[in-house]
Ligand binder design. Structure first.
Ligand code: ATP
Ligand code: MG
Length: 570
């Protein structure tokens, strides 16, 4: 799916959410104030889909001179954990957004929400029902048939109030009673057929402890929390579109201090990626990945460890834009956004990830030549660093081939190549072990080609990277491929589990070497290894004694391929 298709902007260049916000301001709603919120449920780590929502909510506040709250939507006591509360805050800060002193929890409003539930009962707009969950389902009807009224629907207000108080006091078991809004059991929108407002749940809550044994539903908590915080625009994903009439009904029927407006946008889906927190949790719990921040995970912390930058993630979110129809974005576009961010600023180094020895047989014993390497050819101010060249080198194993075809521009017996920054070398022979595997490539060098140019105008097509065996520093390289082999990992068939589609080759670990200047610099930011890709020091496992690099992304632009294929198919 192209981003042209997924983002819809109007004549003013605003997306439809910003257009709505601009119209509300022009109409003088909320005195022109813009106040948004990002409302994660603390039941998992944030992922790239959440980033889309964060960039939208904080971005709209920024664009219109407003503010954005962080609110933990912690109405569901059993699934929530403090670890998630902490990680979510870290991730949003890392993305570069600031909620200042506006950190809230829906659970802070439990007392107020309870009072408003009583208010609805007193006004005849809510009742305590004694039907079982199954009966409620039965009575609800279907999209084509109206529902039926519960026999408890018209019970006296005083009776509902009394039962609701006793629900709170803990007199009833889970599921025995439920508080429902009294709206319309024949409403064409099923969400309006007397929806649940409060459920009994004898469960410990991470903030309120055992104070409560009844908890508000999402529908009852969310809009009212928005109103309490003075949220002007409550931006959520499309699956809540059918809940909007209920959102508005509750705001209309309660003495809330403000009237927020709900606007829905399409959630982000990415090819080769699962985004449901339930599925991500299974990957972690069942050991398919090494935790929420495994560099193969689509979580913010995983992407960060992988080498993604906040700038690349934000640029991606802006590029895909927002729309009203669900679609799937190509993973290649995310990778493209990272390359685009890193190319002008990542420093270049040489590393050999799958080393084989290359020996220059006519190299003067003990000589070391130092070459100046540009840190970034895209940025003249980035400076240079020195690279030592000797007669004992490592090169990539895949840069040598026996009996290569004519158009092979790398090493083969009788072939000449340029070693980056240094000299032309010609391959004369190879040494093999008992199995015939090449263990050493023998070359001669031409001293006249110092710096990588030949004085007689002789051309070579291939330029290879290399590292001096006398100076190179050992390093581990972790190469990643998508976690799933299928473009849509959820489309796996009725008898299969989504984990059946996991890619067994999603991680390859190689032992190699890096040039010494990089080991000294130990940068936290991603670097480019010439010809290989962008890599970053692994934040968890890398140490000065044992360097570990994650491959963030290769240099090949597969997004260009996607665009080309699409054009060809059109
Ligand atoms: P899940 O269904 O996997 O549990 P969720 O939507 O319930 O995810 P929340 O923690 O409730 O997760 O999400 C917080 C905010 O982020 C919500 O406003 C939600 O709409 C938004 N969000 C979640 N996933 C995506 C996504 N894939 N694309 C865009 N926004 C998302
Ligand atoms: Mg949710």
């Amino acid at each position: 799916m192209s981003h042209e298709e997924t983002s819809a902007t109007d004549r003013t260049g605003l997306d439809f959410v910003r257009t709505a916000v601009a119209e509300d301001r022009a109409a003088g709603k909320n005195d022109g104030r813009v106040h948004t919120r990002f409302p994660p449920e603390p039941n998992g780590y944030l992922h790239i889909g959440h980033a889309k929502s964060i960039v939208l909510n904080f971005g709209i506040a920024e664009d219109f001179g407003g503010v954005c709250n962080l609110r933990f939507d912690d109405t569901n006591p059993t699934r929530e954990e403090v670890e998630y509360v902490d990680s979510i805050q870290n991730d949003i800060r890392w993305l570069g957004y600031d909620w200042e002193d506006r950190l809230f929890y829906a659970s802070d409003y439990f007392e107020q929400l309870y009072a408003w539930a009583e208010h609805l009962i007193r006004e005849g707009h809510a009742y305590v029902d004694e039907l079982s969950a199954e009966e409620i389902r039965e009575y609800r009807g279907t999209p084509t048939e109206p529902g039926r009224n519960s026999p408890w629907r018209d019970r006296p207000i005083e009776e509902s109030l009394d039962l609701f108080h006793r629900m709170r006091a803990g007199e009833f078991a889970d599921g025995a009673l439920i508080l429902r809004a009294k709206i319309d059991m024949a409403h064409p929108n099923i969400n309006m057929r007397d929806p649940a407002l409060y459920r009994i749940r004898h469960a410990h809550h991470h903030r309120t402890g055992d104070t409560w044994c009844i908890y508000p539903t999402y529908d009852f908590a969310h809009g009212q929390s928005d109103a309490i915080e003075g949220i002007t625009h409550s931006i959520c994903t499309l699956e809540f579109e059918n809940h909007r009439p209920l959102y508005e009904w509750l705001i209309d029927h309660l003495p809330v201090p403000s009237t927020p407006r709900q606007i829905e946008f399409a959630r982000l889906n990415l090819t080769y990626t699962v985004m449901s927190k339930r599925k991500l949790l299974r990957l972690v719990q069942e050991g398919f990945v090494d935790g929420w921040d495994d560099p193969r995970m689509p979580t913010i912390s995983g992407l960060r460890r992988r080498g993604y930058t906040p700038e690349a993630i934000k640029a991606f979110c802006r590029r895909i834009g927002v729309s009203k129809t669900n679609s799937t974005v190509d993973l290649a576009l995310l990778e493209f956004s990272l390359r685009e961010d890193l190319n002008p600023r990542a420093h270049r180094y040489m590393a050999v990830t799958d080393p084989v020895k290359l020996t220059v047989t006519n190299w003067p014993e003990g000589q070391v030549d130092w070459f100046e390497a540009e840190n970034n050819p895209e940025d003249p101010t980035a400076g240079t660093h020195s690279v030592p060249f000797t007669g004992s080198l490592y090169v990539e194993r895949e840069d040598y081939m026996d009996d290569p075809p004519r158009k092979w521009f790398r090493l083969g017996i009788g072939r000449e190549v340029r070693l980056k920054y240094a000299y032309f070398v010609s391959c004369t022979d190879v040494v093999r072990d008992a199995d015939g595997t090449v263990t050493e490539i023998l070359c001669t060098y031409d001293p006249e080609t110092r710096g990588g140019d030949s004085p007689d105008g002789r051309k070579v097509k291939g330029t290879l990277h290399w590292v001096s065996r006398d100076h190179g520093v050992p390093a581990e390289f972790r190469l990643y491929e998508p976690l799933f082999t299928q473009e849509d990992p959820d489309d796996i068939g009725p008898d299969a589990d989504f984990t059946d589609g996991l890619n067994p080759q999603s991680r390859t670990v190689l032992q190699g070497v890096i040039e010494p200047a990089l080991a000294e610099a130990a940068p936290e930011n991603p670097v480019q290894f010439l010809r290989l890709g962008y890599y970053v020091n692994d934040a968890r496992d890398s140490s000065p004694d044992r360097l570990v690099f994650n491959r963030a992304v290769t240099l090949k632009d597969s997004w260009a391929r996607v665009v080309r294929n699409r054009r060809e198919n059109e």
